[in-house]
Write a protein that binds this ligand. Structure first.
Ligand code: C2E
Ligand code: CA
Ligand code: CA
Length: 278
C-alpha cells in the first residue's frame, strides 16, 4: 500500500495543480471518498458513546489513499468546503442508522480552520434540521487567527448544541488563556504524549496536568492513540473522560464497525426507550 500512496502523491505532483484539482473534484462528484469510524470509549460508563469519522479514498488504481495524502490537497483548493459538508452529512446519516439499531452514538467530524471560519459553513449548519450529537474537531492552529472572530463562531456553533473539540492538543498554539476565551467543550490530548506516558516522566506530567487544567475549565478530555491496557488504566486513574485508540478499535468501515460493536466488551451506549421511538 505504501508504494501506491507514494505513486499517488508523485503522480499528483507531476499532474500539476489544475489536474489534481480536477481529479479531486471528480472523486467528490463520484462519491469515491468513504468514511471510516473509530470508537471513543467513555471511561465512566465503559460504553462506546461516540465515533470519530475518518476519511479514506479507495482509489481504483492507487489503492487505499490515507487522508494525510489528500486532505492537504483539498485544503489548497476550495474543495475542502464541499468535502467537509459531505462528511458531516454522511456522518449524520450514519448516526441515524445506528439509532435505528438502538445505539446512541455521537459523531465527531474533523473540520479544518479554513472551513470553520467560512461563512458558508455556518450557513450550512443553520440549514440542517438537527445537529444533535455532533462534535467538530478542530486543530489547535485555529487559535492563530483572529481570536474575537473565532470566539463568535464557536459561540454560535455551541448555541446550536454542537460540540467543539480541540484536536492534537499540546502540539500547537493553544493556551489556557485562549481556551478560556472561547466556548470550547473538549480537548483531545495528542497521541504523541499518550504514547509515551508510561515510559516518559515528562509526558506523564504533561498528560496529568493537562487533564487537571481542562477539568478546572469545565472541559471534557479525550486521550487519543491508546494502544494498550496499561495506558487505558493510567488514563482512567487520571480521570480522563474518554479514550480512543487501537487498543479499543481501529477505524473501520460501517459494516465492520457494526460487527465490532455487536460483540465488543465495551457495548455501544443505548437509546432510552422513549428516545428510540422518537
Ligand atoms: P486525527 O484527526 O488526529 O485522527 C487520528 C489519527 O490517528 C487517525 O489517522 C487514526 O487512524 C490514527 N489512530 C487512531 N488510534 C491510533 C492508535 O492507537 N495508534 C496510532 N498510531 N494511530 C492511531 P488517519 O485516519 O490516517 O487520519 C490522519 C489525519 O487526517 C487525522 O488526524 C485528521 O487530521 C485528518 N483527517 C482524517 N479524516 C479527515 C476528514 O474527514 N477531514 C479532515 N479535514 N481531516 C481528516
Ligand atoms: Ca481528529
Ligand atoms: Ca488527533
Amino acid at each position: 500500500a505504501g508504494v501506491h500512496v507514494f505513486d499517488a502523491v508523485r503522480d499528483a505532483a507531476t499532474e500539476g495543480r489544475y489536474a489534481l484539482t480536477q481529479h479531486l473534484r471528480e472523486a467528490l462528484d463520484r462519491h469515491e471518498f468513504k468514511l471510516y469510524y473509530q470508537p471513543k470509549l467513555d471511561l465512566a460508563s465503559g460504553c462506546i458513546t461516540a465515533c470519530e469519522a475518518l476519511a479514506r479514498w479507495p482509489h481504483p488504481r492507487r489503492g487505499m489513499v490515507p487522508p494525510d495524502m489528500f486532505i492537504t490537497a483539498l485544503e489548497q483548493t476550495n474543495l475542502i468546503l464541499p468535502f467537509t459538508l459531505w462528511a458531516i452529512h454522511t456522518a449524520l446519516q450514519q448516526r441515524q442508522t445506528w439509532r435505528a439499531r438502538g445505539w446512541n452514538i455521537d459523531i465527531a467530524v474533523n473540520v479544518p480552520p479554513v472551513v470553520l471560519m467560512n461563512p458558508e459553513f455556518l450557513a450550512f449548519l443553520d440549514s440542517r434540521e438537527s445537529l444533535d450529537g455532533v462534535t467538530l474537531e478542530i486543530t489547535e492552529n485555529v487559535f492563530l487567527g483572529d481570536l474575537d472572530r473565532l470566539a463568535a463562531v464557536v459561540a454560535s456553533i455551541r448555541a446550536r448544541n454542537v460540540g467543539f473539540s480541540i484536536d492534537d492538543f499540546g502540539t500547537g498554539y493553544s493556551s489556557l488563556q485562549r481556551l478560556r476565551q472561547t466556548a470550547v467543550s473538549e480537548i483531545k490530548i495528542d497521541r504523541s504524549f499518550v504514547k509515551d506516558m508510561l515510559a516518559s516522566k515528562d509526558d506523564a506530567v504533561i498528560v496529568h496536568s493537562t487533564i487537571e487544567l481542562a477539568h478546572n475549565l469545565g472541559l471534557r478530555v479525550v486521550g487519543e492513540g491508546v494502544e494498550n491496557a496499561e495506558t487505558l488504566a493510567r488514563l482512567a486513574e487520571l480521570r480522563c473522560d474518554s479514550i480512543q485508540g487501537y487498543h479499543i478499535c481501529r477505524p473501520l468501515p460501517p459494516a465492520a464497525l457494526e460487527e465490532f460493536l455487536g460483540r465488543s466488551a465495551w457495548p455501544p451506549a443505548r437509546l432510552a426507550p422513549a428516545q428510540a421511538s422518537a
